[in-house]
Design a protein around this ligand. Structure first.
Ligand SMILES: *Cc1c(COP(=O)(O)O)cnc(C)c1O
Length: 373
């Protein structure tokens, strides 16, 4: 019996290898390796696929967040309302710029609790920035995000590293904020064969500023108007994304959605709770999170492992509890009890597009036959 992996890059390679080889050939023979035609074309194609007018390729999702926050004017000491349950990069981007993360609790699905966020914003008028994360592929309520933005005059940057292809009532993720940041880390829904990321925006001036910031702050060759980054999506990754990955993203997302629907219909276990999107949120099903009792988590994972099924944890330690945050300025509202319980009991099940229907059934059966509770 073949193991069921969280991501199956070897299977993916057998599907895309020929196109990737052609893409490498194309870049090699072009003689142009950084910021050339492939990046420019990929940016246009990504923007067309997603919705906003402009996409700017950068070196990683972290860089997209960090450069995006800088472009939006984040300065040392500025407070940024964000979530305690995400990839550490979400907070790292804030802290690296000298910003102060302000955490409030998540809802039962693990996304920023917008009621709590509203209460915090009302109580703390100094918060100018909001950095929400569309976690697991689920899209936060964009109407409410827009209402919070307008009521409190917030500058919003949406972390869309896990939500490419997701939408709220037909409106694409990342379109309430002035900027959206995404990642092409290999495990993401649009994963490159290495690091990469992009900033998306409808604002041409902001897009131009991000283009300068990713390239040493240059406004023209050897003319540096500000201190920037070296964070350029390279031609090889852009060519691979264009030739082999972006054209498959729609179909792969539909496959993820089919698998999620099969899991949702098939999994019946009183000790396993599925974290499913609320009505209105069309998820791109980046991850398939479930929760079990914290005391039963290791046993649940071991049960699945014995049946050849890999699992993950997203995320086992809340960001403000990380060792790296000791001595870093941040604000925590409340005890973050909901997020903390998720961190203690969450298990992610395999949901990649290369799963066969038989494997999907194997996962369902294994969950339903778990003797624990
Ligand atoms: C992956 C991820 C990032 C960071 O992206 P990198 O490309 O790995 O730097 C940021 N935020 C979230 C929610 C992510 O999942």
């Amino acid at each position: 019996m073949q193991p069921i992996l969280l991501n199956d890059f070897k299977r993916q390679w057998s599907e895309i290898g020929d196109q990737v080889r052609s893409a490498v050939d194309l870049v090699g023979s072009s003689g142009w390796y950084v910021l050339g035609a492939q990046v420019a074309e990929f940016e246009r194609e990504l923007a067309r696929f997603w919705g906003p007018d402009h996409a700017v390729g950068v070196g990683s999702g972290l860089d997209a967040l960090e450069i995006g926050l800088r472009a939006l004017g984040l300065r040392c000491g500025d407070r940024v309302l964000t979530t305690p349950l995400s990839a550490f990069a979400t907070t790292m981007a804030i802290v690296r710029l000298g910003g102060v993360p302000v955490y409030c609790d998540t809802d039962a699905n693990g996304l920023l609790d917008l009621d709590e966020a509203e209460a915090v914003l009302a109580a703390e008028p100094g918060i100018r920035f909001l950095l929400p994360v569309h976690l697991f592929g689920q899209c936060l309520d964009l109407d409410r995000l827009a209402a919070l933005r307008d009521r409190f005059g917030l500058t919003v940057l949406e972390d869309c590293a896990q939500s490419i292809g997701a939408a709220w009532r037909g409106r694409p993720t990342g379109t309430v904020g002035r900027l959206a940041a995404t990642s092409f880390y290999p495990t993401k829904n649009l994963g490159a064969m290495g690091d990469g990321g992009a900033v998306l925006t409808g604002d041409a001036e902001l897009a131009a500023q991000v283009r300068r910031l990713r390239d040493y702050g240059q406004s023209a060759k050897y003319q540096h108007d500000e201190i920037g980054w070296n964070s350029r999506l390279d031609e090889l990754q852009a060519a691979i994304l264009r030739a082999a990955l972006l054209p498959r993203l729609g179909e792969w997302t539909r496959r993820r959605q089919q698998i999620a629907a099969a899991y949702t219909a098939g999994m019946r276990h009183s000790g396993v709770r599925l974290l499913r999107p609320v009505a209105g949120s069309a998820s791109c099903e980046h991850l398939f999170p479930v929760t079990v009792a914290a005391t039963a988590r290791e046993q649940f994972e071991a049960h699945l492992k014995a049946r050849g099924i890999a699992t993950g944890r997203h995320y086992p330690i809340l960001i403000p509890d990380q060792a790296a945050m000791v001595g870093v300025a941040f604000v925590r509202h409340g005890d973050l009890g909901v997020a903390r319980e998720l961190a203690a009991g969450e298990v992610s099940l395999p949901i990649h597009p290369q799963l066969t229907s038989e494997e999907v059934e194997r996962v369902i059966t294994a969950v339903n036959e778990w003797p624990g509770h």
